[in-house]
Design a protein around this ligand. Structure first.
Ligand code: GAR
Length: 218
């Protein structure tokens, strides 16, 4: 039974712990990952930080920490596929084992998913499958849910729809605004992302249908 999905989605052995972090903005999740590595909560290294925006404040943050950074501006590419291929080339040049989307606001296409099968993570500020896409916190408030949260999931070709690695719930208050709800969710994001990365890097998991399932080694 353990080997039913043998091959592509069976991760029993230790993987390459070199992370490639993709950002578009503030890089607060990037900072949470840096902190977790420095505190010894996460056994990994950041091989490269790539931004699709030259003005992403996260790039500055990464440089301040002495990390290798690259800016690959999607507007310089005629197609998304070419942009994706350039990103893949940079990740491979840095021998990245796990790609972490951290506020990366571009759809990830087939070239990237084929180059990193079941090895791309995304963080999203809602309890998926509720409120995918942009403005998740605004969507949650507009819908009137009483509980929202954060999801870390494996990236598949469908937007915000891959197997869920970890979720944390966050209460929505009657007086919440997008800003106050986002801030409360961010606290959980910063705990969830390093924890989810650790789970994936530690191995002993497989994907069963839609489910990310951890199993105890014999
Ligand atoms: C985070 O809240 C992240 O969950 C969200 O963007 C923010 C990025 O902040 N991501 C998405 O909405 C993805 N659809 P950061 O750049 O400061 O980490």
């Amino acid at each position: 039974r353990r080997r039913r999905n043998a091959g592509r989605d069976l991760h029993e052995t230790a993987v390459n712990r070199r992370l490639g972090i993709l950002i578009s903005g503030g890089g607060r999740n990037l900072q949470a990952i840096i902190d977790a590595i420095q505190d010894g909560r996460l056994d990994a290294s950041i091989a490269v930080v790539i931004s699709n925006r030259t003005d992403a404040p996260g790039l500055e943050r990464a440089r301040d920490c002495g990390l290798d950074t690259r800016c690959i501006d999607h507007r310089d590419f005629a197609t998304r596929e070419r942009f994706d291929r350039a990103v893949v080339a940079e990740l491979q040049a840095h021998d990245v084992g796990l790609v972490c989307l951290a506020g990366f606001m571009r759809l990830v296409g087939p070239p990237m998913i084929e180059a990193f099968p079941n090895a791309i993570l995304n963080i999203h500020p809602s309890l998926l499958p509720a409120f995918p896409g942009v403005g998740a916190q605004r969507q949650a408030l507009d819908h009137g849910v009483k509980i929202s949260g954060v999801t870390v999931h494996l990236v598949t070709p469908e937007l915000d729809a891959g197997p869920i690695v970890l979720q944390s719930a966050v209460p929505v208050r009657d007086d919440d605004t997008v800003d106050t709800l986002s801030a409360r969710i961010l606290v959980e994001e910063h705990l969830a992302y390093p924890a989810a990365i650790k789970s994936v890097l530690d191995g002993h998991w497989r994907v069963e249908g839609r489910r990310f399932v951890v199993f105890r080694p014999n």
